[in-house]
Design a protein. Structure first.
Length: 290
């Protein structure tokens, strides 16, 4: 009986060690105020002012939406290589720390809508090379997108820039997105001047395969096109931007300038003679009176 029990007694410590190894492999337990189901960690709507300090290492889907988070520590995602979706909408974020996505190579979906971004900085998502969908909508203070803001996102398929404060966007920022098939731009105060023509030409060339809210994207200025959908503007709309002067035009302008100069000199000469005559006549009248 004794020898038969010995393997069972040895098996108990082995199971404890295995359980400890599994626990160590998954990292920290579920954060306080969060709900964890499988690889999904939901910390939304908890009035959090900061991100949870530790997450399970196998976290694949993290929601921090509808909180009051104003900043994220540098390197926060470095240990979460399984992360595929990150929801940060409806917080108070105005910037992201450099290198935030350095360890999140599998991140495919990122939602930064309803925050306080005013600038999409250069190389902001450089390490998130696996991104497929990026949502930056409803950032009313967003005024500028750096030409290198989306560098490295060759796989990005959907980009949402709607309902911000953008009046223009550099074409360089979008030309580096070869996989882009969805682009939303509505709700921004676009200025459809001459500088907008290259972007609109690019957009028209992509619209057949690029899902866009083209009817919602309207010009705010100049006055003559205010309220017009972006894609309603044609090449004829920008004809004034391409007006060039020919040699005949320059010669005509030079001729008119010469004539005006001569006329000005002649007018001054006649005015001088007239003034001199008036002076002499006035002096002669005074002499006669004496």
């Amino acid at each position: 009986a004794g020898p038969r029990r010995r393997p069972a007694m040895l098996l108990g410590p082995w199971l404890v060690a295995a359980a400890a190894a599994v626990a160590a492999g998954t990292g920290a337990g579920c954060p306080v105020l969060c709900t964890c189901r499988g690889q999904a960690v939901d910390c939304s709507g908890q009035r959090l002012f900061s991100v949870p300090p530790e997450l399970p290492l196998d976290t694949g889907n993290l929601s921090l939406a509808h909180n009051r988070i104003a900043s994220i520590p540098p390197g926060y995602l470095a240990c979460y290589g399984q992360l595929r979706a990150l929801d940060l909408r409806n917080n108070s974020l105005a910037a992201l720390p450099a290198g935030l996505f350095l360890g999140a190579r599998r991140l495919a979906h990122l939602d930064l809508s309803y925050n306080n971004f005013s600038l999409v900085a250069a190389d902001m998502f450089l390490e998130a090379s696996g991104l497929l969908r990026l949502d930056l909508s409803h950032n009313p203070g967003l005024r500028r997108v750096h030409p290198q803001a989306f560098r490295g996102l060759a796989q990005l398929r959907e980009l949402d820039l709607s309902y911000g404060g953008l009046s223009a966007i550099s074409l360089d920022a979008l030309e580096g997105l070869p996989g882009l098939v969805g682009l939303r731009l509505g709700g921004n105060p676009w200025v459809c001047g001459c500088a907008m023509e290259p972007f609109l030409k690019w957009l028209r060339g992509r619209i057949q395969r690029c899902a866009s809210d083209s009817q919602l994207a309207e010009c705010r200025a100049p006055p003559e096109v205010a309220g017009a959908p972006l894609l309603s503007l044609t090449e004829e709309s920008f004809q004034a931007c391409h007006l060039t002067l020919t040699l005949d035009d320059y010669l005509f302008i030079a001729f008119v300038g010469f004539v005006v100069s001569i006329a000005s000199v002649a007018t001054n000469f006649l005015l001088g003679i007239t003034a001199n005559c008036c002076h002499r006549w006035s002096k002669a009248s005074e002499d006669e009176d004496v």
